[in-house]
Design a protein around this ligand. Structure first.
Ligand code: PEP
Ligand code: MN
Length: 321
């Protein structure tokens, strides 16, 4: 947890109380403010140990050595082909939910290139809730993506669901995506930590921001520091939208971590008409990019068509940046 102390705090009293309760802590001065880091997320316990009058603000973040901005003040910039993710550039990643066939993917690649998309997406291994839904083209889907990426000189991103296919991913894609359902598949994360490719890590729909950062730390701790975080919405009690797109997490993540943060308004809302406004909102809270489900014939997309937009719509988003 990160605790901003106010100017009138009694530091020796705070240190004494933390020591007396055997709490490990670290104190840093950030932007002329005293910030206390403790590996404890229990607010009530902390409130008992530290005099509330000394506390200006509390942020529930563990002191993670690799992901936090505290230990790495500059933005991490990730380069794939001719594209930069993070820093002062904004990126648009777009493409279909699933790779359907080579011809369709070629037409999509062509449109994507023409309207200025930076990275082409396409799911080859689809984690579907219903086991009878289209599951993707598996390795053949990855080969198609590689061909189209080469043809239009576009970096490719696709989701890995099983480490057994890692070699094929390494051969065919430029960024490996870890989907919401695998955010805490620690064995998978550790293996991806040994890979020399950027990893886009999606937030699980039931996971906190701290848990997302812990998962990023798993990858980084194993040696791969090229991690991109992705907010894709959290479980919602509402029925109109598929998820609640938590844009407050983007503002928080941009403050506490140096890693690039991307927003996926497609899975985050499940609604085609919300993609443009939520993309604009994402950029205004500091997102480094958006990940969009787009298709040449959105209504005919084999999966997630209700949230899939046309490339005319993608172009509007690119122009709005
Ligand atoms: C996807 O991007 O194709 C996907 C399945 O998203 P999520 O993991 O966020 O549900
Ligand atoms: Mn989808």
């Amino acid at each position: 947890m990160k605790i901003y102390l106010n100017k009138t705090c009694d530091l020796s009293e705070i240190k004494h109380n933390l020591d007396a309760h055997n709490v490990f802590f670290d104190i840093h001065e950030i932007d002329e403010k005293l910030v206390l880091f403790i590996d404890d997320l229990d607010f009530q316990r902390v409130n008992k140990i530290i005099n509330a009058e000394f506390i200006e603000d509390i942020m529930p973040i563990y002191d993670l050595k690799l992901t936090l901005r505290l230990h790495h003040p500059e933005d991490t910039i990730i380069k794939v082909k001719n594209c930069q993710i993070g820093g002062n550039k904004k990126v648009v990643i777009a493409g279909p939910c699933a790779v359907e066939d080579e011809n369709t993917m070629r037409l999509i690649g062509q449109k994507a290139k023409k309207c200025g998309v930076n990275v082409l997406r396409g799911g080859a291994f689809k984690p579907r809730t219903n086991p009878y839904s289209f599951q993707g083209l598996y390795e053949h889907g990855l080969s198609i993506l590689k061909n189209i990426g080469d043809e239009f000189d576009l970096p490719i991103i696709s989701e890995i669901t099983d480490i057994d296919y890692l070699d094929k991913f390494i051969e065919c894609v430029d960024i490996i995506q870890v989907g919401a359902r695998n955010m805490q598949n620690f064995a998978l994360l550790e293996k991806l930590g040994k890979v020399n490719k950027p990893i886009l890590l999606k937030r699980g729909f039931n996971n906190t921001i701290e848990e997302l950062l812990c998962s990023a730390e798993y990858i980084m701790k194993n040696g791969n520091e090229q991690v991109i975080l992705c907010e894709r919405g959290i479980r919602t009690p509402l029925s109109y939208t598929r998820s609640t797109l938590d844009l407050s997490s983007v503002a928080i993540l941009k403050e506490v971590t140096h890693l690039p943060v991307i927003v996926d308004p497609s899975h985050g809302t499940g609604k085609r008409k919300l993609i443009l406004p939520m993309s604009k909102a994402s950029f205004s809270v500091g997102a480094d990019g958006v990940l969009l489900e787009a298709h040449i014939s959105p209504n005919k997309a084999m999966s997630d068509s209700e949230q899939t937009i046309s490339f005319e719509e993608v172009e509007k988003i690119i122009k709005s940046i």
